[in-house]
Design a protein around this ligand. Structure first.
Ligand code: BV8
Length: 235
């Protein structure tokens, strides 16, 4: 029996959705990129140059993320996934686990995750210990080539084909808490428009891609996201 295609909503999230959970954003005043140079801590070259500095940067963020609590915006998206009569895919640029802590299941970490470890020698992946050391050896091949399973600048984000397929079957694309600076994520709204999706931005302030959205709701995510979800779920 032919199943009519259910509605699909693809939601891109960025650091702004976790700001009210106490996790720093990147480009806001005093953000992470004001404290560390991207080149030093979020590129393969930076890791090769000073692996201790990079492991230390991610150990600090991992410790913070483990303690962080999801906020009303994460919880609203988990409710949307549970109650919406269709598919809801969260594509997150964030490496914290707050969407999952809030109960979301259909989450794609396109930039990796702090709770993931990767062996640069054999590409084995495992759950990262709270603290990673340069001297750690891979549980699979024993090489001392372990790194956080994070997508750095110049590296291919995860799940690009899956994201493309989701956009092709989506009727709505929402972008939440992202400045629209980092590609290819910042290019998703243009692709969504080309595919005929309705597009909405929920952000503290207009993002770089603001003009590409059909609709925008500016304000704190813990205010704008629950209101938006309530409207979507209204019978
Ligand atoms: C790649 C992991 C190629 C690290 C990150 C064109 C096309 C393709 C690539 C490029 C291109 N032009 C340039 C590039 C290269 C580069 C890039 O985009 N550079 C930028 C800086 C110009 N892109 C890449 O290198 C990507 N890889 O292209 O590979 C390739 C091709 C083939 C084969 C191999 C390789 C990889 C990019 C991924 C880098 N890794 N993260 C880590 O997290 O430590 S990116 C990093 O930025 C984070 O993931 C972060 O999530 C992401 C985006 O930042 P935002 O989430 O938007 O955070 P930001 O602080 O900027 O903004 C926060 C927003 O929230 C603000 O707007 C603020 O107003 C709002 N806000 C604040 N508080 C609240 C709020 N909103 C609501 N409520 C609040 N309370």
């Amino acid at each position: 029996m032919f199943e009519p295609m259910k509605n699909c909503i693809t939601i891109l999230t960025g650091a702004g959705i976790s700001a009210e959970s106490g996790l720093g954003t990147f480009r806001d005043e005093g953000g992470l990129w004001a404290q560390q140079r991207i080149e030093d801590v979020a590129t393969p070259e930076g890791f090769a140059r000073n692996p201790e500095l990079v492991q230390g940067f991610y150990n600090a963020r991992r410790a913070q993320a483990v303690e962080a609590v999801p906020n009303a915006a994460h919880e609203a998206l988990a409710r949307l996934e549970a109650e919406y009569d269709g598919e809801v895919l969260i594509v997150t640029q964030n490496v914290d686990g707050l969407h999952e802590k809030a109960g979301s299941r259909n989450v794609l970490h396109m930039h990796g995750a702090l709770n993931g470890a990767l062996c640069a020698a054999c590409e084995h992946r495992w759950e990262a210990p709270l603290v990673m050391h340069v001297a750690d050896s891979c549980p699979n091949c024993a090489a001392q080539a372990t790194r956080p399973d994070i997508v750095w600048f110049g590296e291919m984000p995860y799940g690009m084909e899956q994201i493309d397929e989701a956009l092709q079957r989506s009727t709505l694309f929402a972008s939440i808490g992202t400045s629209g600076n980092v590609y290819p994520a910042a290019g998703f709204v243009a692709e969504a428009r080309r595919l005929g999706c309705a597009t909405i931005e929920l952000n503290l302030e207009p993002s770089e891609g603001f003009s590409l959205f059909d609709e925008a709701r500016h304000g704190a995510a813990t205010q704008t996201v629950p209101a938006w979800v309530a409207k979507l779920l209204k019978p």
